[in-house]
Design a protein around this ligand. Structure first.
Ligand code: 26M
Length: 824
């Protein structure tokens, strides 16, 4: 029988205030009289944290006692953002906290903003993992996340003289949301060699004698669900020297320096998140991070399983492990190693367990992002794992040979080991062979992987191994938290907050689409959100923007395939067009604010050039008296999760304009539409499914289709190819020095004109410009525009990460929620 659970919040406002004061005066050892916003944040966070911890412990006990199957989500990235607002909203105590903090002399918004983002991720993949944790807890699934506790998350971006400058993100100074578990540690081996011997029965045994040991220390982060006591766990591993602080023996024998050096080398493993998004550079430290994290997590999972005293063949009935991209693929090899080398299972029995345990999610088709590790590197770092990979490959290729006898070409194409100099291990192929399900993240993407990069594997394993789970987002953070006024308005029209746990009930909004008062309030909320963003723009860039202008937003990692270059070329085209107008024509022109944001990988030269051009165009356009409010171009510094929470609700139009077939899904597209913005986009990723749901009338689609891309690229390289005339005018303006030294932007132009225009900027430019003209016309008619917005929001129910997680649970993990009685 389940105990009736208390809401894990406070009984009343006074109780909350007492706890805040207590934490200020005792935990923080400060007086209430010099309590600033930062101290108020700390105390408030500690107060809510105390409540969270109780439910967290109960949840873990309940899940252990129930002994049902658990999900383990392995991700090198968790882009969590802030935790306090989320924790308060999940127990529905925002009003109480607001009033309590007001009594103490603080505005809750200011207090919440004191928190440093937990930015342990690059972009979409990391944020998806965070949304999944939220849904897993909110739906009461017994689930853990496993990741790395980076000392430095994604760098902070500063814009200096129009250029990106990277500043380290040291975020652990005060982090009340993590709990070190110094008693939960795992020794992780590296290097060394493999010793072979035979046991009594003559069976060959391999033992790995490691050359170096590093300690993994667990840090746990509570993950609260919405409107449920379930509080799951995110376990992040931190590395430290195996000998503890530093090696005393070495210290005493006078080798102080080398002892400290050992310690530093060990701590380097979890020191920093690699800031590349969709690019693999094959660095040794990255491989060390991957194995360190995978080995510690598997040890932990196996330890937990062993406590149940079940037989090994039941492992996949108790454990589902999801691989977030190929980054944790070594887990497949590590589990096989544990089972055969340490637990003494036969190869086939072990392999069966492994395959039934793992699922693999692919997030990209870009060739430069597909992970490969060189054989000499793995040989050096993980010698036993390399042997196992070779054996996995051998058995796999033997089955392929039996199925398709004599097809040498096929064997070469699907081999996990790429035969080149040096040999390379193809991690995606290893992940496919070692998993029972492989999924893409949107329909088009899942189709593409089946017909292109993984087509041979569909032949070999059959189509059922490959499936689609279209991405989703959590409506708690991306509607309720980011846009509280809209959330309340929706609640007032749909009969409460049910949409936060069943997003499909948004469809009730369509009944009210013609309700005058509702539409008016809808418009007011959007305007207020734009005013707030306008203030932020003024404060951070000095640019004044008119909140009545159309806010046109593109915020995401800077990447050529995402085509921010096309967007800024489009803005230049708009500028030139307005400049050429008569005053009468200008009168009729719709005002625009072009807003950009996003980080470039530090070594991605072209992405940095794009940022520089955006800033240079802004510097000219924003100071052109003839232009006034008709066009502003703004680059927002340091785009991250908490900035997104402000930007997304303030957009009228957002841009999702990747070259067709390159963006696996996109998830910000969903966030923008859910917040009452329209989108301009290509037929790519989840844009296609968004269109199907909200209808073609409510989205601005343009550009070539995925199936046309290959041929166009060929034409660029071998056929006649001229740059679109409107784009050519843009290039001329840049080359005449309109935006500063043309040399600074020569790379962006030559990529289109001289180097084959791989991303089809010129091919899509005309249709892009024409579609923006349609946007202007649509925005002119505010009534119709609002109708489109409301209708779209009403039809977005499908894109909840709750739907998405339920699909994973059913199709891939075979797990069920652990029901708990809802708090009264
Ligand atoms: C790889 C090797 C070395 C260092 C870093 C990486 C790496 C890191 C992040 C590679 C890819 C990474 O992320 C890819 C990513 O974010 N993909 C996005 O995933 C989203 C969630 O499924 C999709 O919505 C996006 O379309 C897709 O680009």
């Amino acid at each position: 029988a389940w105990l009736k659970h208390q809401v894990s919040g406070f009984k009343d406002k006074d109780g909350f205030e007492r706890e805040v004061v207590r934490h200020v005066e005792t935990t923080l050892a400060r007086s209430l009289y010099n309590c600033d916003e930062s101290a108020a944040y700390s105390a408030c966070a500690l107060a809510f944290r105390d409540r969270l911890i109780l439910e967290w412990n109960r949840t873990q006990q309940r899940q252990t006692y129930a002994d049902s199957k658990r999900v383990y989500y392995l991700s090198l990235e968790f882009l969590m953002g802030r935790a306090l607002d989320n924790a308060i909203l999940n127990v529905k105590q925002k009003d109480l906290a607001k009033a309590g903090l007001a009594d103490l002399g603080f505005r809750i918004e200011d207090v919440i903003q004191q928190e440093h983002d937990a930015a342990l991720g690059n972009g979409g993949l990391g944020r998806l993992a965070a949304c999944f944790l939220d849904s897993l807890a909110s739906l009461n699934y017994p689930a853990w996340g496993y990741g790395l506790r980076y000392r430095y998350g994604i760098f902070k971006q500063e814009i200096i003289d129009g250029y990106q400058v990277e500043v380290p993100d040291y975020w652990l100074d005060f982090n009340p949301w993590e709990f070190p578990r110094h008693d939960v540690t795992v020794d992780i081996q590296f290097y060394g060699n493999v010793v072979k011997s035979t046991d009594d029965s003559g069976k060959m045994i391999s033992r790995w004698e490691g050359g170096e040991t590093v300690k993994a220390v667990a840090y746990d982060v509570p993950i609260p669900g919405y409107d449920t006591p379930t509080t799951n766990n995110l376990r992040l591993w931190s590395s430290k020297a195996a000998s503890g602080e530093f090696d005393f023996q070495k210290f005493n024998s006078g080798e102080y320096e080398s002892s400290v050096a050992d310690q530093q080398r060990a701590e380097t493993i979890s020191a920093v998140l690699y800031p590349n998004d969709n690019l693999d550079r094959g660095k040794e430290l990255r491989l060390k991070q991957q194995y360190f994290w995978v080995a510690a997590s598997l040890y932990d999972i196996v330890r937990r399983f062993k406590k149940t005293r079940r037989s090994w063949k039941e492992f996949p009935d108790q454990v589902a492990i999801q691989l977030n991209d190929t980054h944790p693929t070594l887990a497949i090899v590590e589990l096989q190693r544990i089972l055969i080398d340490q637990e003494g299972l036969e190869w086939d029995e072990a392999w069966n367990i492994v395959v039934n345990t793992f699922g693999y999610t692919n997030h990209t088709v870009l060739p430069e992002a597909l992970e490969k590790w060189s054989v000499p590197l793995i040989q050096h770092l993980l010698p036993r794992h390399l042997q196992i990979i070779y054996d996995i490959n051998l058995y796999f290729l033997q089955t392929v040979e039996r199925q398709f006898p004599g097809n040498r070409e096929l064997l070469r194409d699907v081999s996990i080991v790429e035969e080149c100099q040096p040999q390379m291990i193809r991690m995606a192929y290893l992940a496919i062979v070692g998993s029972h399900k492989v999924n893409g993240v949107a329909e088009l993407h899942s189709d593409l992987i089946k017909t292109t990069i993984f087509k041979d594997f569909v032949q070999i394993f059959g189509p059922d191994k490959f499936t689609n789970v279209t991405n989703g987002i959590t409506p708690r953070r991306w509607l309720h938290q980011a846009n509280p006024r809209l959330s309340e308005l929706i609640a007032s029209k749909t009969g409460g907050h049910e949409f936060l746990t069943d997003l499909t009930t948004l469809n009730k909004l369509e009944l009210h689409v013609n309700d005058k008062a509702f539409r008016k309030e809808w418009a007011e909320i959007k305007y207020a959100n734009k005013v707030r963003l306008a203030k932020h723009i003024k404060a951070t860039t000095g640019v004044t923007v008119n909140p009545s202008a159309l806010f046109d937003v593109q915020v995401k990692r800077i990447h050529e395939y995402k085509r921010q270059q096309m967007n800024i070329f489009g803005a230049i085209h708009r500028y030139l067009t307005i400049k050429a107008m008569t005053p009468e024509e200008r009168q009729k022109q719709m005002a625009r604010v072009s807003i950009f944001g996003g980080k470039a990988a530090p070594g991605y030269w072209m992405a940095k050039q794009i940022i520089h051009l955006i800033n240079s165009v802004g510097a000219v356009v924003n100071n052109d008296k003839e232009i006034g409010d008709l066009l502003k171009v703004v680059f927002l510094e340091d785009y991250n999760v908490s900035k997104a929470e402000m930007i997304v609700p303030a957009s009228d139009l957002s841009e999702h304009i990747s070259t067709a077939g390159t963006e696996a899904s996109g998830t910000s597209n969903m966030k923008f539409v859910l917040n009452g913005g329209l989108i301009i986009g290509t037929c790519d990723g989840a844009n296609i499914e968004i269109t199907r749901e909200i209808s073609e009338q409510n989205i601005f689609l343009f550009g070539h289709l995925a199936e046309e891309v290959e041929e166009l690229r060929q034409t660029h390289l071998y056929g006649e190819h001229t740059v679109d005339p409107d784009l050519a005018k843009v290039f001329t303006a840049i080359e005449e020095g309109t935006f500063g030294n043309p040399q600074d932007f020569a790379g962006m132009i030559s990529a289109v004109r001289e180097h084959g225009d791989y991303y089809l900027v010129s091919d899509d430019f005309h249709s892009y410009i024409e579609t923006h003209a349609l946007v202007d016309e649509a925005y002119r008619n505010q009534e119709e525009w609002i109708t489109k917005c409301i209708t779209s929001v009403a039809r977005m129910g499908f894109f909840s990460s709750d739907r998405c997680i339920n699909e994973y649970a059913e199709e891939i993990w075979n797990v069920e929620p652990l029901k708990v009685e809802k708090p009264a």
